[in-house]
Design a protein around this ligand. Structure first.
Ligand code: ARG
Length: 625
């Protein structure tokens, strides 16, 4: 591309006069495959100042352009674009560079300037069930972290668990119920004192509420039930409510017994989260750094806001008012950073976190993977952080929002009986369905249980991940086991089978080769002949561009689109070499060694590129299914 850039500038200079030799040739990657590899739009932009018709300017440019060593003859298209198609020899060279990269990264270039990046993802709330929103955050965040690492950026994975503030036990982080923390702790101390003191361990599901006469006692099989039980007591029992109020004071003043109970609640929840993480094979470097971590830093956040003249008092609360934010009645909308009772907010913690990440972590880019509903929160927090100087302009703060997970009917995602779907159950179901797949359980398969379990995990969990990632993350997505496990369409099973198929061809070819060819056959040499080969080659060579697009706009769906198209190109390539009468495809036929070697080199590279992408997406490619 750099070479083309130079040649175009030289041509502009000789066609239109020396001063044009430094103008921008407006070289871009072709928008469609039919247009070739690159497109130059300079003639369109220069026509006016030159007083020429754009097509004439383009024709003049072509005349002066010397690229025959790189491209086929340039074509003027549409109103005056220049389409440039790289010569096959050049494609072959680039393929060889990709294939020669033994590190598994298929020659994806590293970023010129590595940026230390914090990816804040997953981030569920203590004493609450992880929900499908956290599933999306986990899957998307994990993928982005891997992709950024591939590009050479040092990545810090942070799990900003809601373990303290307003949202501790409240339904939403912005409209919080302050009672959450105190009542959960009170409930735990009263019903399971040994657990509260840390003397015993328990799973959340074991923490049964002591049945109270006259009170409906939901059986707490999970965090939600535990929360509900505590809430019911809080509403109905005077003593309990009073004890809870004392608890919050005790906790804030650092009372040991209180803190121990809080710690054991956190530990119980975290044990539940880590089951989901290991089922999802989330990167083990995801560090839990909950909201409580920032507690000691909150007072100084307030001091700095005060010093910066950003704080205002409103109804006893301390707030920041930003221009342009108003409520429905047109009144200025405050960002509350400290409530009248002295309590801090979700946003206060995020301000402290931004400062810590910029200063201590030395992050240059901070990504927040949460549902789109938190867009306003992040917009405001980012703006305050800038004004207060918590993050200099050299630190990019980016909210990476995603849409809702919906049921197949487009409504709220629930179980048949109307309950919130538990993630652990959902993943179990994915495994069960992948296993029940006829091909896996079919009689006469010689593979053992270990093989079946591994395939079921790759397919089942992979399907859940892929379905999420393949959607543009901004859209709401409808959760459907049938769709995500389908063997056709842009799904994990389709991609996994496509990969296994390529590997199968390679294996059979290798077996055939060992019969008829000497060892010299192994050197990869690309020779592109048929259009199907050239198409496949072009798609393979797009990899670097796709990766850097995703690095910029953080849309993993582009990776899925890319491998889906790649699998299609591979199929067409394969069919083009499949003689009408099976079973001996030309790929395998002991034809003259050189063409076979060239075809196999394409197979090999396709497999490597598919495997790399599947790994970035968090899906284990299988050699055989
Ligand atoms: N715990 C929050 C939730 O469940 C997400 C936290 C996201 N990260 C952050 N730094 N605010 O919605």
């Amino acid at each position: 591309m750099a070479q083309l850039h130079e040649r175009l500038q030289a041509a502009m200079g000789s066609a239109f006069g020396g001063s044009y030799a430094s103008s921008d040739p407006m070289l871009a990657v072709a928008t469609k495959r039919e247009f070739g590899d690159f497109q130059c739009n300079a003639a369109l932009a220069l026509a006016k100042p030159l007083g020429m018709k754009p097509r004439d300017a383009a024709a003049k440019l072509v005349e002066a352009l010397e690229v025959s060593d790189l491209c086929e003859a340039p074509e003027v298209a549409g109103p005056g674009f220049l389409n440039l198609r790289l010569r096959n020899a050049l494609l072959e060279q680039q393929l060889a560079v990709m294939a020669a990269d033994a590190s598994g990264r298929c020659a994806v270039p590293r970023a010129a300037e590595p940026l230390r990046t914090v990816v804040d993802y997953s981030s569920p709330n203590i004493a609450k069930e992880m929900h499908v929103g956290h599933l999306r955050s986990t899957i998307i965040g994990d993928t982005l972290a891997r992709l950024l690492e591939l590009r050479g950026h040092p990545v810090v994975r942070l799990n900003h668990v809601g373990d303290w503030g307003t949202q501790f036990g409240s339904p939403s982080p912005t409209a919080g119920l302050r009672g959450g923390r105190r009542m959960l702790i009170t409930h735990l101390r009263q019903t399971a004192p040994e657990v509260a003191s840390g003397a015993a361990e328990a799973e959340l599901s074991d923490l049964a509420p002591a049945p109270r006469p006259g009170l409906a006692s939901p059986c707490p099989t999970d965090a939600v039930a535990f929360y509900k039980a505590a809430k019911a007591r809080f509403d109905a029992e005077e003593d309990f409510a009073a004890a809870s109020r004392r608890e919050v004071v005790a906790l804030q003043s650092g009372d040991e017994a209180s803190l121990a109970a809080w710690r054991s609640l956190c530990a119980t929840s975290e044990a539940a989260f880590s089951k989901v993480y290991s089922a999802l094979r989330v990167d083990e470097r995801l560090v839990t750094r909950g909201e409580s971590f920032y507690n000691p830093r909150l007072p100084s956040v307030l001091e700095d806001l005060e010093a910066g003249g950003l704080l205002q008092e409103s109804d006893g609360a301390r707030c920041v008012f930003l221009e342009g934010y108003t409520n429905r009645d047109g009144e200025p909308l405050p960002v509350i950073v400290q409530k009248s009772d002295g309590g801090f907010m979700y946003s206060t913690t995020d301000l402290a976190a931004i400062r810590q990440r910029a200063a201590d972590e030395e992050a240059r880019r901070v990504l927040y993977v949460t549902d789109a509903g938190q867009a306003l929160h992040f917009q405001q927090v980012f703006e305050i952080a800038r004004r207060a100087g918590f993050a200099p302009d050299s630190v990019s703060l980016e909210h990476v929002p995603f849409g809702l997970v919906q049921g197949e009917d487009g409504k709220k995602f629930k179980t048949r009986s109307g309950e919130t779907v538990k993630l652990a159950d959902l993943l179990d179901e994915a495994l069960r369905r992948a296993r029940a797949d006829a091909r896996l359980e079919a009689e006469g398969r010689e593979e053992g249980e270990e093989f079946v379990a591994r395939v079921a995990a790759a397919v089942g969990i992979g399907a859940v991940k892929y379905a999420d990632l393949a959607m543009n993350r901004q859209s709401n997505y409808r959760f459907s086991f049938d769709k995500m496990l389908s063997l056709t369409g842009n799904t994990a099973p389709y991609m996994l089978y496509a990969y296994a198929r390529v590997r199968g061809i390679q294996r059979r070819a290798a077996a055939a080769a060992s019969l008829d060819a000497p060892a010299a056959d192994s050197a990869a040499g690309f020779v592109l002949r048929e259009p199907a080969e050239v198409n496949l080659a072009r798609q393979l060579l797009r990899l670097g561009q796709v990766v850097s697009d995703v690095e910029r706009d953080l849309l993993p769906s582009k990776l899925c689109e890319y491998i889906f198209e790649l699998a299609g190109d591979f199929n067409r390539f394969y069919e083009a070499h499949l003689p009408s009468s099976p079973p001996a495809p030309a790929l395998l036929r002991p034809l003259n060694a050189a063409p076979r070697r060239a075809l196999l080199a394409l197979c090999e590279l396709t497999a490597a590129v598919l495997a790399l992408n599947l790994r970035i997406l968090g899906i284990e490619p299988l050699e055989r299914i």
